[in-house]
Design a protein around this ligand. Structure first.
Ligand SMILES: [Zn+2]
Length: 458
């Protein structure tokens, strides 16, 4: 009887409750003191630098960007914004060009801050937290790491603004490279081969497509139940060089670097992004073979044709999965015989013996209609993809035979942040956060410092 045995091993008296120290360690208190004391002079120092910039910019009326005429001074108002060390203030002049109906506040543009908003380093740090953790958790981390009190909604707002800037940039870059007149990075150093993979999954979307505005007295219809929620496919593409695959210890493969792209929905869009990234890197020269690893999804092969010099590879594990389906039907699920049979197929496929495998399959005489159908499907699949199953050659060339790299990349980009329990996304919200997450995972977070912020309505 397990319970009695458990009782026997328990001590006669229950273990005491662990004791908490009366106070935190003295040194920790000193550190915290200094942190708090430090802020006011830092804030004051930053404020005086801002004042200096404001003074220098004062009394210089800007020219209208539309007509070139000097603009008229409209008014000057105090403006404040929140930064890493506290709230900053400035007197900001507004200028106007009446004929063009154009207004601007040059000092705010110069500083790159928005009135009443969180700006600068603090905004970037908060967005970084939102990129790795759900908004409520990010808000808690903001307090623990930065000593900043902010609501999950506040974190969300910052992430939207910075994410929009990142999205704008990526979209513009894709459009730029999609134009035949654009120039990419020099391709003299282009690699002999570059591996490209794509993976996708569904993202739970919010049902509302538009924000609901209530007019006076109007009652809104009830929201549709969550079951009716739509799903959108989010796709991740990965680019890597076969020469940069390393094996730090036997069986443990890793990559020196890889470049990720992502988008919501459209198959053409993900390939436009992959293409733009390839051009940015200068990775496709006249002799470069673009190796495309796919899971058999037709949309990948259809778009692969945009690369003249290419090598299409059917992911090895997907090829085997089909054999498994038949083997389990024929020999029984989990049987040793099924195991052996698939193992043999795997070895032959790896050795590049696709025609032999097909011939062997054709010689089988299954007894039931279900088995015959399953076998025919398997043979058809191998015949159709035979040209993408020269695994011996791919291994010899160092291209690899699996889509593991893209699958793990996709999980890192999407699953780890976007597919947690109960998460529902708005189209814009998902796009913006995906763009930020990509900057982080591509080790390109610093790009955010050089992006033009876009003002969002609301
Ligand atoms: Zn004007």
């Amino acid at each position: 009887m397990p319970k009695q045995r458990l009782l026997r091993t328990e001590p006669e008296t229950p273990p005491p409750r662990p004791v908490l120290a009366e106070d935190p360690p003295r040194f920790l208190l000193l550190e915290r003191e200094v942190e708090i004391e430090y802020r006011p002079p830092m804030l004051a120092a930053l404020q005086s630098k801002v004042d200096a910039v404001a003074d220098a910019a004062r009394n210089t009326a800007p020219g209208c960007p539309h007509c070139g005429q000097p603009m008229r001074h409209q008014d000057t108002r105090p403006v404040s914004w929140l930064a890493r060390f506290g709230r900053l203030h400035a007197l900001v002049s507004r200028y106007r060009c009446r004929p063009c109906r154009y207004e601007c506040r040059p000092l705010l543009d110069l500083l790159g801050v928005e009135p009443g908003r969180i700006s600068g380093a603090l905004a970037r740090l908060l967005a970084l937290l939102a990129t790795v953790a759900p908004y409520p958790l990010a808000a808690r981390l903001a307090w623990l790491l930065l000593g900043v009190t902010i609501s999950p909604m506040g974190i969300w707002r910052v992430a939207q603004r910075l994410g929009e800037a990142a999205t704008h940039y990526t979209d513009a870059l894709s459009r730029y490279h999609a134009d035949s007149r654009s120039t990419g990075a020099p391709t003299e150093g282009a690699p002999a081969a570059v591996v490209l993979g794509v993976d996708g999954c569904n993202l739970g979307m919010q049902v509302r497509s538009k924000r609901r505005h209530r007019k006076q007295g109007e009652t809104l219809p009830p929201l549709p139940p969550i079951e009716e929620g739509r799903f959108r496919e989010v796709k991740t593409g990965v680019l890597l060089l076969p020469s940069e695959r390393v094996e730090p210890s036997p069986g443990r493969r890793s990559l020196v670097r890889r470049f990720l792209v992502t988008c919501l929905g459209d198959a053409d869009a993900i390939f436009a992004r992959l293409y733009a990234q390839l051009r940015e890197l200068g990775w496709v020269g006249t002799h470069t073979v673009v190796v495309i690893v796919g899971d058999g999804a037709e949309w990948i092969w259809n778009r692969a044709t945009m690369f003249a010099r290419r090598c299409e590879i059917l992911d090895f594990w997907h090829a085997l999965e089909h054999a498994w389906g038949f083997a389990q039907l024929r020999y029984g699920e989990g049987s040793a015989q099924a195991d052996r049979w698939v193992h043999e197929i795997a070895e032959d496929l790896r050795a590049g013996k696709v025609p032999e495998v097909i011939t062997r399959l054709e010689r089988l005489r299954p007894k039931t209609a279900e088995l015959r159908e399953s076998l025919q499907a398997l043979i058809g699949y191998y015949r159709e993809n035979a040209g993408r199953m020269r695994y011996d050659e791919y291994l010899r060339l160092g291209y690899g035979i699996g889509s593991g790299a893209v699958e793990s990349a996709h999980k890192q980009v999407v699953h780890a942040r976007f597919r947690q329990a109960g998460m529902r996304w708005s189209e814009a919200g998902a796009r913006r956060l995906l763009a930020l997450r990509l900057l982080l995972l591509n080790d390109n977070w610093a790009l955010l410092d050089r992006l033009r912020m876009v003002s969002l309505a609301g």
